[in-house]
Design a protein around this ligand. Structure first.
Ligand code: NAG
Ligand code: NAG
Ligand code: NAG
Ligand code: NAG
Ligand code: NAG
Ligand code: NAG
Ligand code: NAG
Length: 208
């Protein structure tokens, strides 16, 4: 076998291994992340759904939802139990939802798991009614193979002591976001960073 071919096969194997090391978990499977306000019920039992999964650093949670629900990630159990972001801190609670869209617009939200241990998710829409009626679950993220380079980047820096502002505003875990930008901007920034880093990583392998 020509050396060049062997190198290419090695790189391909590395790439495929890397690509399969992480899992995308579709929240609620086919039922999605939805709430029926007429019956006050969630479309799935998310505690049961999550009980059957293993969550590792670098995995994503994929929320198939619409703009009637929100997706809040918090590492703070008090915030989670309160079903509200009112008193939450920018450093441990992140909103992946844009607040100014029309009701009922289809939306897919991809949340990367970047912190080990307890990660809590809930919808804070309808003043906590959704969360109190099933739109909430907690998971335990384990180390697995660790974060991929694409996610092992400065943003977000959780557990940094925030300036005291007490107002608990919602900020997605992307620090260079222009003000007023919504969910899709933040996610796109992350994607672009992710792709750039992936390609840089592959390129560096060629340099070795
Ligand atoms: C998992 O989801 C992320 C974010 O949407 C995406 O970039 C990635 O390609 C997905 N991976 C797989 C294996 O589907
Ligand atoms: C849903 O639950 C909230 C309180 O959790 C209650 O105020 C509301 O009336 C309920 N709505 C229906 C349709 O049952
Ligand atoms: C979880 O897995 C167990 C066995 O692996 C199965 O019996 C159960 O139905 C599953 N529960 C859900 C909610 O998928
Ligand atoms: C968790 O959030 C609550 C407000 O919801 C705050 O009072 C508390 O200090 C936070 N806990 C930690 C460990 O930051
Ligand atoms: C936020 O803090 C205030 C003042 O301590 C308290 O009255 C309120 O109940 C808290 N809200 C939530 C959702 O925990
Ligand atoms: C979204 O909420 C609005 C206002 O409560 C309601 O009229 C609409 O039917 C909901 N749409 C979906 C898809 O749940
Ligand atoms: C999370 O999983 C790790 C490893 O299995 C375990 O040591 C830890 O106690 C778990 N934490 C929680 C909050 O369940």
């Amino acid at each position: 076998m020509a050396p060049a071919t062997a190198i290419h096969l090695t790189l391909l194997a590395l790439f495929l291994t890397g690509a399969t090391a992480y899992t995308n978990h579709t929240v609620g499977d086919k039922a999605g992340w939805l709430f029926d306000p007429n019956t006050n019920t969630s479309s799935a039992n998310y505690a049961s759904w999550s009980a059957n999964q293993t969550f590792e650093l670098g995995d994503y949670l994929i929320f198939n939802t619409n703009t009637n629900q929100t997706v809040i990630l918090t590492y703070n159990e008090t915030t989670y139990r309160s079903c509200s972001t009112d008193n939450s801190s920018d450093s441990d609670t992140f909103s992946y939802s844009s607040g100014n869209q029309q009701f009922g617009q289809p939306l897919t939200v991809a949340v990367p798991l970047t912190i080990e241990g307890a990660n809590y998710f809930f919808s804070d829409a309808s003043d906590g009614v959704q969360c109190q009626n099933g739109m909430a679950f907690g998971i335990n993220v384990t180390h697995g193979v660790g974060l991929p380079p694409s996610l092992n980047q400065p943003p977000p820096p959780p557990y940094v002591e925030p300036p005291a502002n007490g107002d608990g505003s919602l900020t997605p875990p992307v620090s260079d976001q222009p003000s007023g930008a919504g969910l899709s901007d933040g996610v796109n920034v992350r994607r672009v960073v992710c792709y750039v880093l992936t390609f840089c990583g592959i390129f560096c392998l060629f340099l070795v």
